[in-house]
Design a protein around this ligand. Structure first.
Ligand SMILES: NC(=O)c1ccc[n+]([C@@H]2O[C@H](COP(=O)([O-])OP(=O)(O)OC[C@H]3O[C@@H](n4cnc5c(N)ncnc54)[C@H](O)[C@@H]3O)[C@@H](O)[C@H]2O)c1
Length: 338
């Protein structure tokens, strides 16, 4: 764990523990009482980058907020319960993180969550569009390949769409890729950086091992196994939890890493790069994850696909039809809403 805090690139958690950083991000977590929401809120409360933490859920937020508020860090914490309290949770926010919704059970794909989570995300992001239209919105709720187009369409409906501020959080795929590559090569995971591009479900998760730093080489059979493990790592956790949900603790870590990178960049730190599933022109898919240079106003520059191996190009070609279908499903869902 400590080694991850020492990660130089992204710099997220280590900086967040430093007492010298004095910043004032106002962050809301929607779905704050859940398996991800609680540890994510704990990591945010632990950070000097955050001055105000507002926690929303349809259950248990008074308790979660009371508990976190006793921690001796400066962020104020307040809980908001039920839709009538949602506007006050959001007003004045710089960053909104959304892990609300149901998680997978064994045998389910992320797309099986669509019916429940699409409505939840559309409702919550409509409130963001109304009450904090300038905030950065980070969506964790699955299926991310559809919930990002849903968020974009909702913001368009409200006339406040800014594609540079809407992020599908895929950081857990990068975190897993770094960990698994480090395991195989006997490296310190904090020093490994594997870009993961595409989307956030099965074969749409495309680890770009050829761009890993430090450079690593695998025979093709080992590479295929490694990529398969990264793509199915979420399912590995779902199976191990045997009906008790999906990744929560590693997802909270990954969500916090992404938020801290974003806030660092918003505070003017230069050279902050994270992969995220966003509006994109890098392929013929309207949303795609690639490394992004983050800045004061969200995405400063899309760093694109970079140089790919022919195997990675083939993975992209094979992922595009599924990705496009998931995106279309999200867009059509919002269009069909009254
Ligand atoms: N992006 C990723 O890499 C990634 C990784 C793991 C899980 N997830 C997704 O994150 C989501 C949450 O997972 P979890 O394990 O925390 O689930 P959970 O069931 O433990 O928690 C979900 C929380 O959302 C709340 N909620 C439900 N409807 C709501 C609404 N309308 N408004 C506000 N809150 C609401 C619930 O009360 C609960 O507290 C799932 O969709 C899961 O698939 C994403």
């Amino acid at each position: 764990m400590l080694s991850a805090f020492a990660r130089p690139a992204g710099a997220a958690l280590r900086r967040s523990l430093s007492t010298s950083a004095q910043n004032n991000a106002k962050v809301a977590v929607l779905g704050a009482s859940g398996g991800i929401g609680q540890p994510l809120s704990l990591l945010l409360k632990n950070s000097p980058l955050v001055s105000r933490l507002t926690l929303y859920d349809i259950a248990h937020t008074p308790g979660v907020a009371a508990d976190l508020s006793h921690i001796e860090t400066r962020a104020t914490v307040k809980g908001y319960l039920g839709p009538e309290q949602l506007p006050d949770c959001l007003k004045g926010c710089d960053v909104v993180v959304i892990p609300a919704g149901v998680p997978r059970k064994p045998g389910m794909t992320r797309d099986d969550l669509f019916n429940t989570n699409a409505t939840i995300v559309a409702t919550l992001t409509a409130a963001c569009a109304q009450h904090c239209p300038e905030a950065m919105v980070c969506i964790i709720s699955n299926p991310v390949n559809s919930t990002i187009p849903i968020t974009a369409e909702v913001f368009k409906k409200h006339g406040v769409y800014n594609p540079d501020k809407i992020f599908g959080v895929t950081t857990l795929d990068i975190v897993r890729a770094n960990t698994f590559v480090a395991e195989l090569k006997g490296l310190d995971p904090a020093r490994v950086n594997v870009p993961v591009i595409g989307g956030h479900a099965g074969k749409t998760i495309i680890p770009v091992i050829s761009q890993c730093t430090p450079k690593v080489d695998f025979p093709q059979d080992q590479l295929t196994t490694l990529i398969g493990r990264i793509q199915e790592a979420g399912t590995e956790v779902v199976k191990a939890k045997a009906g008790a949900g999906s990744a929560t603790l590693s997802m909270a870590y990954a969500g916090a890493r992404f938020v801290f990178s974003l806030v660092d960049a918003m505070n003017g730190k230069e050279g902050v790069v994270e992969c995220s599933f966003v509006k994109s022109q890098e392929t013929d898919c309207p949303y795609f994850s690639t490394p992004l240079l983050l800045g004061k106003k969200g995405i400063e520059k899309n760093l694109g696909l970079g140089k790919l191996s022919s195997f990675e190009e083939k993975m992209i070609a094979e992922a595009l039809p599924e990705l496009k279908a998931s995106i279309k499903k999200g867009e059509e869902f919002v269009k069909s809403m009254k």
